[in-house]
Design a protein around this ligand. Sequence first.
Ligand code: ADP
Length: 165
Amino acid sequence: MKAIYPGSFDPVTNGHLDIIERAARTFDELIVAVAVNKEKQPLFGFEERVELLRETCGHLENVQVDYFNGLTVDYVESKGATVIIRSLRAVSDFEYELQMALTNKRLNDRIETLFMMTSAEYSFLSSSIVKELAELGAPLTGLVPKVVEDRLVAVFKQKRAGGEA
Ligand code: ADP
């Protein structure tokens, strides 16, 4: 069975990677898909988010990285998949995820959203927290893949120097 893991991934964290690895063990094929117009002000353009995901997922044979515009359910169907993977970290994620899952169900009831629980060690981790830490110059080791850490350090170093990365 083929599943799609959609999200902003701005940028991918070790929490996302943990879900990707576990979903890849559960499904025959997994497509990690960057939603292009979801975040209005992303730190990274979608091409770069895709690139960072590709470098991060290179060791997983049944995982592909892609991006999409428009409705998630339309993208999922266009890929011949029937499952959307999302994940829950805390009760605070529940309301938004329930709303999305029910909306997607209403739009297309052939597609199921399945939720995976975060691993305890990543339950506090989000892309926003990582960006905040990077901006303040805090260490990111263990929170994001090395390529992402290097890229974040470079971006904020450039920003502090007053230019664009
Ligand atoms: P979105 O903007 O679509 O919520 P994100 O990139 O923030 O996209 O997250 C994509 C999915 O990954 C969401 O279901 C989110 O709950 C989940 N997720 C984010 N961070 C973690 C984490 N640390 N552990 C497990 N799941 C996570």
